[in-house]
Design a protein around this ligand. Sequence first.
Ligand SMILES: [Zn+2]
Ligand SMILES: [Zn+2]
Length: 131
Amino acid sequence: MAQKMEIIARQTSQKKIIYDYLMSVKIHPTAEAVYENVKKKLPQISQATVYRVLNNLKIKQKAITIMSAGVAHFDADMSPHTHFICEKCNDVFDVPDECSNCGILKNIKTKVGKINNYKIYFYGKCNKCEK
Ligand SMILES: [Zn+2]
Ligand SMILES: [Zn+2]
């Protein structure tokens, strides 16, 4: 019993550390990058655990993924915001104000149904790659 409690406590803290890490960064890390960072705090954690926790966060709608060059980047910022994907380094950036007019898309009735929400991705070369 005590052992089971211990396992649950450990899983909870693993989950919390992964979630806290994701909340604290703006870099939209890949699952692998999350694993590399979390490993510093939890040296015993397995890659499979990190992937499972990330997938659960996604299912519970506490995180989203943005695909860049076929790789999922994680974001725990659930507020509606637009992303910029660099076609050179494949990094994902937040673009906070660039799409203030896009709200007009909401409630528009299309041939297949009414729009409740939308996601917009900008593609280009980031400032770092442009240099
Ligand atoms: Zn770039
Ligand atoms: Zn974001």
